[in-house]
Design a protein around this ligand. Structure first.
Ligand SMILES: C[C@@H](N)C(=O)N[C@H](C)C(=O)O
Ligand code: ZN
Length: 280
């Protein structure tokens, strides 16, 4: 829990939240106490019966993840940097499948900096997501959030992993690409927009059943099938991606050509700041 970071890139952000600060250790809880009542409220909100993940139903990995998520109820006791919120405090109705807080992701282990299955974003991005959600509801869809704010230390974990040997998750997540090339090819970013707090990885699920909408490739499938405009998927799958894309673009986000699930708020509040506080 100690935070050792960084140079002040913006005036009003406590340096302990930003990547690379060197002005001493801080205990997050000590410097940012939250009243017991708000912590309690947040905790009950987080534990409000979201399905424990609809990704790989019926598979061993899916069951393991579901189990982990059930065991780790989110207790939101940390005060976030100004301008950040827990997404479920703004986004009224959504599903959460926070893969980087589990071992069901392309690395195959929990990612550094993730300590809870919750999503944090800037308030501005969260409000824009709520707008997207309102556009999708009448069409029968709800948002499914895979990742929001991503600490810089998580990105460092991805970088480390890409240089190591071992390919446990290759078949599922990057079957056609050597992992050492994922950064060069644009599937991973060494300075990720996610660390600025206004980028989200998400999909949509059918509101009535909670089932995932078929997007033609799964979240974090790193390859051509996940590109917008690919001819490797069928017309229905393209149409499904476009439902999400239109709702997101109409709500102020821009898409990313290589990953159908990745959206960044156009008018982001911290366009040059890469944060490094934990997701907890
Ligand atoms: C890894 C994937 N979920 C992602 O977010 N990729 C972009 C390019 C990033 O690393 O920022
Ligand atoms: Zn992303």
């Amino acid at each position: 829990q100690s935070r050792t970071y960084p140079p002040q890139e913006t005036e009003h952000i406590p340096s302990s939240f930003i990547q690379g600060a060197n002005n001493g250790n801080h205990n997050f809880q000590d410097i940012n106490p939250v009243s017991e009542s708000s912590a309690g409220q947040a905790a009950s909100g987080a534990d409000s019966g979201e399905p424990p993940g609809n990704h790989v139903e019926g598979t061993e990995q899916g069951q393991d993840q579901d189990q982990q998520e059930e065991e780790a109820a989110v207790v939101k006791q940390y005060k976030l940097p100004e301008g950040f919120v827990y997404l479920d405090e703004v986004l009224e109705s959504a599903h959460y499948d926070i893969r980087y807080n589990s071992d069901y992701n392309f690395v195959g282990e929990r990612i550094d900096g993730y300590k809870a299955s919750t999503a944090i974003m800037t308030e501005k991005a969260a409000e824009a997501l709520q707008k997207a959600s309102e556009k999708l509801a009448p069409l029968g869809y709800e948002l499914n959030i895979y990742d929001g704010y991503r600490p810089a230390k998580a990105v460092a974990h991805f970088i480390r992993w890409s240089k190591e040997s071992g390919d446990d998750m290759k078949e599922l997540f990057y079957p056609d690409i050597d992992k050492s090339r994922l950064f060069k090819m644009g599937y991973l970013s060494s300075k990720s927009a996610h660390s600025r707090g206004s980028t989200v990885d998400l999909s949509i699920v059918h509101k009535d059943t909670g089932e995932e909408v078929d997007m033609g490739s799964s979240f974090d499938y790193l390859g051509e099938r996940s590109h917008h405009g690919t001819t490797l998927i069928n017309a229905q799958q393209t149409a499904n991606r476009n439902v999400l894309k239109k709702a997101m673009e109409d709500s102020g986000f821009r898409s990313y050509s290589k990953e159908w699930w990745h959206y960044t708020l156009n008018d982001e509040p911290f366009p040059k700041t890469y944060f490094d506080f934990d997701v907890e």
